[in-house]
Design a protein around this ligand. Structure first.
Ligand code: SF4
Length: 238
């Protein structure tokens, strides 16, 4: 009597991918190397290291990092946190960018919450709305990329290009070394979609109740939480 040995089903490629991990010494070496590499090479390293366990966190101020990332990996997951407080122009930009690139876009929508929280306790509002949703977006991921640039604010001046975040994930800032002029040149040369509010006196765009116009020559981030001590939402501290 003959027995038939069942063939083992093929394991899907995504399930076979093992994301890389790096210790602190390796991250330090990578930071030295990345300081002199173009953003495209840094993104390529992130895609090769983390594969499907990598995403891009997008604020939709512009699609610069998205443009760079989809040229390396067209199907890369892009996450956007819909706080419920965005300008209509920002939500229109989300849809325009999605269509422009045919994005693999994941929008995290915040459940209805106390509408006045941003007024009475902005720290708690950002923590609950933005950081909490980012935690949700990054569940199951090994790495993520952000469009943070050192020049944007004093609090970002020493930001590394690659680091371990508080969750233990690898956070990559491929354009950390870019200046404002570098970013603007790329956006205009490559026809990158951007938020129309940038041309209307808002050089840094967050939620509508916490973003004001900035006079020419003023600190671009002075319109964020104007009149308060707060300068960051916490996404880049987490
Ligand atoms: S930026 Fe303002 S409205 Fe948006 S999450 Fe933070 S405190 Fe709330």
């Amino acid at each position: 009597m003959s027995t038939t040995i069942p063939l083992r089903a093929e394991t899907p490629v995504a399930d076979r991918f093992e994301p890389a991990d790096f210790d602190d010494a390796e991250l330090a070496d990578l930071n030295v190397e990345f300081e002199r590499l173009p953003a495209s090479k840094i993104i390529q390293w992130a895609v090769d290291s983390f594969g499907p366990y990598l995403c891009v966190a997008a604020s939709m101020q512009d699609a610069l990092l998205i443009d760079l990332a989809v040229k390396i990996e067209p199907g890369i997951e892009v996450v956007f946190i819909d706080t419920g407080y965005h300008f209509p122009e920002t939500m229109e930009t989300v849809e325009r960018v999605r269509r422009h690139y045919g994005l693999n876009l994941r929008i995290l929508t915040v459940a209805p919450h106390n509408e006045e929280l941003w007024k009475v306790d902005p720290a708690n509002c950002c923590s609950a709305v933005k950081v909490g949703q980012l935690d949700r977006a990054l569940a199951g991921k090994a790495g993520w990329m952000s469009g943070l640039r050192r020049e944007e604010a004093a609090t970002r001046a020493n930001a590394p290009i690659v680091a371990r975040d508080l969750r233990g994930l690898i956070k990559v800032n491929p354009i950390a070394t870019w200046t404002h002029d570098d970013a603007q040149s790329y956006i205009h040369e490559h026809g990158v979609p951007y938020n129309p509010l940038l041309d209307q006196g808002y050089p840094s765009i967050g939620c509508m109740p916490c973003t004001s116009k900035v006079a020419p020559g003023e600190d671009p981030r002075s319109g964020r939480w104007a009149g308060r001590d707060k300068t960051e939402c916490g996404l880049h501290e987490a």
